[in-house]
Design a protein around this ligand. Sequence first.
Ligand SMILES: Nc1ncnc2c1ncn2[C@@H]1O[C@H](COP(=O)(O)OP(=O)(O)O)[C@@H](O)[C@H]1O
Ligand SMILES: O=P(O)(O)OC[C@H]1O[C@](O)(COP(=O)(O)O)[C@@H](O)[C@@H]1O
Length: 309
Amino acid sequence: MIITITLNPAIDVSYQSHHFQLNKVQRVANGSKTAGGKGLNVSRVLKQLGCEPLCTGFLGGHSGSWIKSRLNQEGLDHSFIEINEETRTCLAIIDNQYGTQTELLEEGPFITIAEKDKFLSEFSKMLEKAKLITASGSLPKGIPLDIYSEISEMANASNVPFILDTSGKALEYGIQGRPFLIKPNKEELCQYVGKQELTMDEMIDAAKKICETGVQYVLVSLGKEGALLVGHDTVLLAEIPEIPVINPVGSGDSMLAGMAYALKNQYDFKTCLKWACACGMSNAMEAKTGEIHLHKVQELLTKIDVTVL
Ligand SMILES: Nc1ncnc2c1ncn2[C@@H]1O[C@H](COP(=O)(O)OP(=O)(O)O)[C@@H](O)[C@H]1O
Ligand SMILES: O=P(O)(O)OC[C@H]1O[C@](O)(COP(=O)(O)O)[C@@H](O)[C@@H]1O
């Protein structure tokens, strides 16, 4: 079973706006509302790929109940720790005319030490059934910065591959627990190395340095430019065709789901990278966050070129 961890879930609200302008009143069609936060997008896409993930993390208040009822409707298995405070809402405004994507991500609720300890204790029980674990997203308040490192060490001790998609300090600390794979996008990798920009060679160097610390693979997602997969003795570049983009929010999560699915099926790394890109692309072609279509993924797989660098 794949376990997906979302420590900071969110109700994701996404609006399509034309000529989005600051400081103006704008009327829009009703937004699409999904059970989100990166890990829940990963879970939804895994389900669309035919997997039965178990979703865990923290949920609270009315938003938490709404998310649970959505997960039930979608047939997603879940086991969340109930918290005192309210689960957050995140907002995305997509303007396909201007080609902009504006996101307002709430920081999320406060998690008490008792709630955190309960999560770790439940997680250690779930670990016994896990074949692969993904953890995605920011940390809610009160959670120690090294929690992903602790989770990774627990997974490593049980020989279960751990995949991490986070940013900033949570990534910096998380890497110390030696996850099997991390998925920064280019901006997150730049932030990690403290640079404004990175060339392709510099990205490969940065990823290799991360691998020297004990991480086995670094998957760098590059939006419409495709992706890089770097390991100790592997550098693969995926080049992708142009596609009609509707809503790219959640493409990173869909990519992670594609990678987890392909790894679980023990595909070779070139094929894994293709599945990861195809799922990210398929999501970008839909209005809903964290939605793919298998027939489109299969068609996209034939159009992605992977080269060994
Ligand atoms: N505009 C786009 N055109 C084509 N593919 C895209 C686009 N945006 C995302 N993707 C696909 O989704 C993957 C992840 O997207 P990316 O934007 O890099 O991640 P994140 O959402 O984490 O920033 C990319 O590697 C690519 O395969
Ligand atoms: O946990 P974070 O880092 O605050 O991010 C949460 C947001 O990220 C998203 O999952 C989108 O992420 P990606 O576009 O990187 O896949 C939103 O759905 C969500 O609201």
